[in-house]
Design a protein. Structure first.
Length: 93
C-alpha cells in the first residue's frame, strides 16, 4: 500500500464524493496546491498502488449518468508513468 497524491479541481470535489466509496483506498489528508490555484491535493492510501508511486490519476467514464472508475494511473516522483503489473500465466507443457 502506498500513499499517493490525487490532484482535484476544487469545483470537482463534490463530484469526487460520489466515487470515493468505489476506490480501494482511503483519504489521509488534504491541502491546497502550493503551485496551482483552485486545486486541492488529497493524500490517498491506495491498496494495490506500486510502492514507488507518488501521484495518481483516475480514469472515469459516465455510465447511465453516473461516474464509473475505469482505471487508475500512477506516476513516480520523477513524473514517469508506472505501467500496471500484469501477471503472466504459467506455461503448461
Amino acid at each position: 500500500m502506498a500513499t499517493v497524491e490525487l490532484h482535484i479541481a476544487n469545483d470537482m470535489l463534490d463530484s469526487f464524493e460520489a466515487i470515493r466509496p468505489k476506490l480501494n483506498g482511503r483519504e489521509t489528508g488534504r491541502r491546497p496546491s502550493p503551485t496551482a490555484m483552485g486545486i486541492t491535493i488529497l493524500d490517498m492510501e491506495m491498496d494495490g498502488a506500486p510502492d514507488q508511486a507518488k501521484t495518481m490519476e483516475l480514469v472515469l467514464q459516465l455510465v447511465d449518468g453516473q461516474p464509473k472508475i475505469s482505471g487508475i494511473h500512477y506516476w513516480d516522483k520523477h513524473g514517469i508513468f508506472l505501467a500496471p503489473v500484469v501477471p503472466f500465466r504459467k506455461a503448461v507443457n
